[in-house]
Write a protein that binds this ligand. Structure first.
Ligand code: FES
Length: 112
């Protein structure tokens, strides 16, 4: 696993949804109500770019068909039967870091 710096320090007083890249993944970096989140930017419903969406009721809403995903768990709303990947994120004084596990680490975890 590795932590990738994806942005300079964030001002938590302003809401942000920004597309960033880390470890080969495209990720939505989100500031919502003074909390920082990192979710996959790819909508599992039909592939829309979730960084064009918005936050509502602690969820990220897709701009295409309004599916929504929990900011903390990535779980889709009831009835959607889907989810988006949530990445660990740290907002440090020198920047924002997102942890992305390699493909091999994911395989190793399955066979533990
Ligand atoms: S592509 Fe995101 S809800 Fe359809």
């Amino acid at each position: 696993m590795a932590w990738y710096k994806v942005a300079d320090g964030l001002d938590l007083s302003e809401s942000v949804i920004k597309k960033v890249h880390a470890g080969g993944k495209t990720i939505c970096l989100i500031v919502h109500e003074k909390n920082v989140y990192a979710l996959s930017a790819w909508c599992p419903h039909a592939g829309a770019d979730l960084s064009g969406g918005w936050c509502q009721d602690e969820k990220l809403v897709c701009p295409y068909h309004r599916y929504s995903y929990d900011l903390q768990t990535g779980r889709g709303a009831p009835g959607q039967n889907d989810y988006v990947t949530v990445y660990p994120v740290r907002n440090e004084p020198d920047g924002v870091y997102i942890e992305v596990k390699s493909w091999l680490e994911g395989v190793k975890r399955i066979f533990k």
